[in-house]
Design a protein around this ligand. Structure first.
Ligand code: NAD
Ligand code: TYD
Length: 340
């Protein structure tokens, strides 16, 4: 089956491609990796597959109906990772969040209907449910209450996708996952920012009191959940995905400091993020009970391995921090695979 993976050059998309071409999904799919290569898209994340027959990269934007129409030809299933994904950026400038995370979903859904796509997985986030107090968990029937421009745009994208299922019969399934960590995460998010800052002997900026809670999951556990949903999930359903692993930001910070043998003088308490959600926590019993998925990576081991990955791939994140990665497409790839 031809599988269209949008946003494939980003953090989770690239890990998902790895699962499909070098992991559990191997042999079953031809992967079409489609990505606009925004600041968050990095072709270096996909270089291990460039020579594979069952892989093709196409540079394109989900907001461009012509490009989407062309790439949707003969596609059996879509997994949509393409999004603006960083809360802090959505607070600074929201326009791309609205156009990609909302209208991009509409454009993909319209083309998918026209081409009779058999599965449309909309990859979403637990942030659409808003913020929890110190108790309680997000369930799939928890009312949506997004608080940031990012989470509001993702919630709108989810609702549009579900409307396309209801109105046009597009076989949509939504996944809502908690905070991911692992290899290839762009060093603007908490864990990779802190790891790379400390490797450069820089301080780490902890927002506010650092007592905000996130439920951390290894990116490969998330990807394995998406694969199960793609193959066995029920159309029209939402599946929450979580690691069952709640940690405060200050706990994560201290853990990273210890693993990198740095002391607490590297912590810098900075002004809190406006509208900062206090706690996210997931009830993943639906996907566990119905589809048999379970997280496999223990957090302590996963975090240590992630630090090791950043240690061994310094050139990858140095190129991002210096801006050089933006030239990778031109240098390595020429114009092969470009539409238009
Ligand atoms: P990311 O920012 O690392 O990657 C996003 C990718 O989408 C990039 O490669 C970018 O170039 C591409 N993209 C952006 N706009 C595009 C457009 N208009 N057309 C085509 N491609 C475009 O994000 P990520 O962390 O890999 O997240 C992937 C998805 O998973 C997002 O939808 C996000 O909302 C969701 N999600 C992320 C997390 C997390 O912890 N990172 C948790 C739950 C859900
Ligand atoms: P982030 O990785 O941006 O993910 P999200 O906001 O989607 O949960 O942030 C995770 C948590 O870490 C969040 O509570 C904000 C906090 N944080 C900091 O304290 N300092 C930072 O520099 C960043 C990027 C995040």
């Amino acid at each position: 089956m031809k599988l269209l993976v949008t946003g494939a050059a980003g953090f989770i998309g690239a890990n998902f491609v790895r699962l499909m071409l070098k992991g559990r999904g191997t042999g079953k799919y031809k992967v079409i990796a489609f990505d606009a290569l925004t600041y968050a898209g990095n072709l270096a994340n996909l270089k291990d597959f460039e020579e594979q027959e069952d892989f093709e990269f196409i540079k394109g934007d989900i907001r461009n109906p012509e490009q989407v129409e062309t790439v949707m030809e003969d596609v059996g299933a879509v997994v949509n990772f393409a999004a603006e994904s960083h809360v802090d950026r959505s607070i600074l400038a929201g326009a791309d969040f609205i156009s990609t995370n909302i209208d991009g979903v509409r454009i993909l859904a319209e083309a998918a209907v026209r081409h009779g796509v058999k599965r449309f997985i909309q990859v979403s986030t637990d942030e659409v449910y808003g913020s929890l107090e110190s108790t309680g968990l997000f369930r799939e029937d928890t009312p949506l209450h997004p608080n940031s421009p990012y989470s509001a745009s993702k919630a709108a994208g989810d609702l549009l996708a579900l409307a396309w299922q209801h109105t046009f019969g597009l076989p949509v399934i939504i996944t809502r996952c908690s905070n991911n960590y692992g290899p290839y995460q762009f060093p603007e998010k908490l864990i990779p920012l802190f790891i790379t800052n400390l490797m450069e002997d820089k301080k780490v900026p902890v927002y506010g009191d650092g007592m905000q809670v996130r439920d951390w999951i290894h990116v490969m556990d998330h990807c394995r959940a998406i694969l199960i949903v793609l193959e066995k999930g029920r159309v029209g359903e939402v599946y929450n995905i979580g690691g069952g692993n709640e940690r405060t930001n200050i706990d994560i910070t201290r853990r990273i400091l210890r693993l990198l043998r740095k002391d607490e003088s590297f912590i810098e308490h900075v002004t809190d993020r406006p509208g900062h959600d206090r706690r996210y926590a997931i009830d993943a019993s639906k996907i566990t009970g119905e589809l048999g998925w379970r997280p496999e990576v223990v957090f302590e081991a996963g975090l240590a391995e992630t630090i090791e990955w950043y240690r061994n791939n310094e050139s990858w994140w140095q190129a991002i921090k210096s801006g050089d990665y933006l030239n990778y497409y031109q240098q390595q790839y020429g114009r092969r695979g470009v539409i238009g």
